[in-house]
Design a protein around this ligand. Structure first.
Ligand SMILES: [Zn+2]
Length: 116
């Protein structure tokens, strides 16, 4: 039952990522998809490097394919500033209650989009 629920959440997450990409394209951005599913071993490597600050690594939505990292470009320029990307993050939050954009965190992760 729990597996079925996870699969349904992954289907919903994937559909919302597609909507996010379409929204970004209509807003003038191109997208380069990065990491979605992350193996626990990779999470540990990131933690050792100081690139993952989760207290409980099992809470990482990447471990269940419920998070994705996306780089946004205008032309060939990788956009990495919060004000420019905020409308995309705001749109993500409208797609499903509980959706979180990493740009809204204290330590901003502008590429990161996750579901509940
Ligand atoms: Zn991420």
């Amino acid at each position: 039952m729990q597996t079925t629920n996870l699969l349904i959440r992954q289907f919903q997450f994937s559909s919302n990522v597609a909507k996010l990409i379409q929204f970004a394209n209509k807003s003038g951005f191109q997208c380069s998809l990065k990491e979605c599913l992350r193996a626990p071993e990779m999470e540990q490597i990131y933690k050792n490097r100081g690139q993952s600050w989760l207290v409980n690594p099992n809470a990482d939505k990447h471990l269940n394919s419920l998070a994705i990292d996306i780089c946004f470009f205008i032309g060939a320029n990788w956009v990495q500033d919060y004000p420019t990307l905020k409308p995309i993050g705001d749109y993500w939050a409208t797609l499903l209650s509980g959706n979180v954009w990493g740009g809204s965190w204290g330590v901003r992760d502008l590429m990161h989009f996750q579901a509940v």
